[in-house]
Write a protein that binds this ligand. Structure first.
Ligand code: PLP
Length: 419
């Protein structure tokens, strides 16, 4: 069989260029990470050829004896890592896991109460144009106007007013811990099913560095590619009472054949996430975010009207508030992007700018921790980010500092040209 480079030089060039981009820049998109080579190998494998509709030992196709082993390993490892009774490892993505969960626990038209999108919620938690906002009667709770944190008394008031069938605890852009026990109490009080979406924090939860939603929520979803550091995909965790409904919501409800190559890669990522090195890396993720938040709270930054939302972070990301700055989120994203630091603009709560421009910038540390960043490297990078946003240093001197950080933290070092 011919090599990709011979069959399709155009796509091979894309792969090479993307690897060069990842190697030569610094990734601060909070939802991204670096999948280890072992995960890439499992995913880029012959398992991609296999149809396996159904579940282990209950397939609608022959020849599933080997992929059954992979799926069972993925399930058992997720059960052990998260202490979950039942796990479905088949969702193709986080959004599909969420669609299946809603199909399992609610009927179209039921009231869904989730975190407001512009206050850090996710599209699948009730955004109007998303399936979740079209199929369900989506309402939202937001953060407090002065602290920018969720005030659980306010969440409770919203829940008492809206009487949701489903209460959602989870976010895409919120820098603080969630109080899952308080969410549980509210769900019990209003008779709602509690669904926690821990997509962003799963790697932190797995290592005991973040409050654990599993003991509190009826159903938990996650992606496998954010802090968890695995292949792109989703997982659903639940108790025995929801197991059958959740499984049939995924297959045949939402999906046909599971992506067995991705499930194998999920199994490998879940194995790695149970190791001490992974916990040490997650500690650096958190330390890095604290260091970035600290530098970007310094007086020189504050003087330019730039602040850290909520004054700091408990997690792997920092949200900058640029409402009082000359720079918009889009400007900031571009300015850092020109230097090779990839970030994303984000609306902040009560944002006067449209989402396409936004007044926030989301900065994450997981991919840098995966490259080996420690305190000193995060401090150096945080200063580069501050100087760039302030326009206080020329791009050449900043690019030289970034180049040094890149050289000191090689990506897929010592591995084949295309890992
Ligand atoms: N849930 C949350 C909280 C997310 O932040 C995301 C992705 O950003 C998703 C779900 C969706 O995951 P995916 O992009 O795999 O569909």
């Amino acid at each position: 069989d011919a090599d990709l480079g011979d069959v399709d030089p155009a796509i091979a060039a894309v792969l090479d260029a993307e690897l060069r981009r990842q190697r030569s820049g610094l990734e601060m998109i909070a939802s991204e990470n670096v999948a280890p080579r072992s995960v890439l190998q499992a995913q880029g494998s012959v398992l991609t050829n296999k149809y396996a509709e159904g579940y282990p030992d209950r397939r609608y196709y022959g020849g599933c004896e080997h992929v059954d082993v992979a799926e069972r390993l993925a399930i058992e490892r997720a059960q052990t890592l998260f202490g979950a009774t039942h796990v479905n490892v088949q969702p193709h993505s986080g959004a599909q896991a969420n669609a299946a969960v809603l199909a399992a626990i609610a009927q179209p038209g039921d009231v869904l109460l989730g975190q407001e999108l512009s206050h850090g919620g996710h599209l699948t938690h009730g955004m109007r144009a998303n399936f979740s906002g079209r199929l369900y009667d989506a309402r939202s709770y937001g953060v407090d106007r002065t602290s920018y944190r969720l005030d659980m008394d306010q969440v409770r008031e919203r829940a008492l007013a809206e009487r949701p069938r489903v209460l959602v605890a989870g976010w895409s852009a919120y820098p603080r811990h969630l109080d899952y026990a308080a969410f549980r109490a509210i769900a019990d009080e209003v008779g709602a099913v509690l669904w926690a979406d821990m997509a962003h924090v799963a790697g932190l939860v797995a290592t005991g560095l973040h409050p654990d939603p599993v003991p509190y929520a009826d159903v938990v979803t996650t992606t496998t590619h954010k802090t968890l550091g695995g292949p792109r995909g989703g997982l659903i965790l639940c108790g025995a009472e929801w197991a059958r409904t959740v499984d049939s919501a995924i297959f045949p409800g939402q999906q046909g054949g599971p992506l067995m190559h991705v499930i194998a890669a999920k199994a490998t990522a879940l194995l790695l996430a149970g190791r001490p090195e992974f916990r040490e890396r997650q500690q650096r993720v958190l330390r890095g975010a604290e260091i970035v938040a600290e530098r970007l709270s310094a007086p020189d930054v504050a003087a330019a009207g730039i602040s850290v939302l909520t004054g700091g972070t408990d997690v792997h990301l920092v949200l900058l508030d640029l409402r009082d700055a000359d720079l918009s989120g889009l400007d900031a994203e571009r300015r850092l992007g020109d230097l090779g630091i990839t970030t994303n603009r984000n609306v902040v709560p009560f944002d006067p700018r449209p989402a396409s421009v936004a007044s926030g910038l989301r900065l994450g540390t997981p991919a840098l921790a995966a490259r080996g960043f420690g305190d000193a490297a995060f401090a150096e990078l945080a200063d580069v980010v501050a100087q760039a946003l302030l326009g206080a240093a020329g791009p050449d001197s900043l690019r030289a500092r970034i180049d040094r950080l890149v050289a000191e933290h090689p990506l897929y070092a010592g591995e084949p040209a295309r890992p």
